[in-house]
Design a protein around this ligand. Structure first.
Ligand code: HEC
Length: 162
């Protein structure tokens, strides 16, 4: 092998390794970013207080939250993850405080599966829950992809990529 050739091989080798490292780095971060599209920006004490109430009231009997749900129950209730991207704190407070939640969100389910009224909970519990629910967000790439998939399913047309 001549000196010139050797140099070329070394340079090519370095480039291949550089590309592999770059792929590994960008891939691992995007994979990580795409595993769980849900997050909360609530401070720790609020999270703990709200999760205590959620456990006590057994909301997971019907809803899933952080992918935990009572598997013995198959109520087709909406998942709570990402809820804060749908409604704000005021809305949650009103919904939980209503004597008839179905007057706010209509339901086609049998009465026993419908969202119960939590008007009897203490005001502070309802505030804690409302604050926490409002903090449950969904990452925007997930919303964008979900919307795109839905659009595609409805129209059969793929959205032009921007
Ligand atoms: C008996 C089953 C059941 C239980 C228990 C229950 N939910 Fe629900 N929830 C539902 C159903 C079903 C809906 C959809 C509306 C309907 O059908 O009444 C709903 C709707 C909601 C919504 C609005 C969802 C949306 O898409 O806008 C929120 C927020 C919510 N529930 C929070 C809670 C919290 C917090 C608890 C516990 C304190 C709880 N739920 C307990 C069944 C339940």
């Amino acid at each position: 092998m001549r000196r010139g050739e050797k140099a070329v091989y070394i340079i090519m080798g370095i480039m291949v390794v550089a590309v592999m490292v770059k792929n590994a780095l960008t891939q691992s971060s995007s994979v990580e970013d795409r595993t769980i599209p849900y997050y909360t920006d609530a401070p720790e004490p609020l999270q703990r207080a709200a999760l205590d109430i959620i456990r006590r009231e057994d909301c997971r009997q019907c809803h899933s939250l952080w992918t935990v749900k009572n598997i013995m129950n198959s109520v087709p209730a909406p998942i709570l993850d990402g809820m804060g991207s749908l409604h704000d704190e005021q809305w949650f407070y009103g919904y939980l405080s209503s004597n008839n939640p179905q007057s706010i969100l209509r339901s086609r389910l049998k009465k026993e599966f419908q969202m119960p009224s939590y008007a009897a909970l203490s005001e502070s519990d309802r505030r804690t829950l409302a604050q926490y629910l409002a903090s449950l967000k969904v990452k925007s790439w997930y919303l964008a992809e979900t919307r795109k998939a839905e659009q595609q399913k409805l129209t059969g047309i793929e959205e032009p990529s921007q």
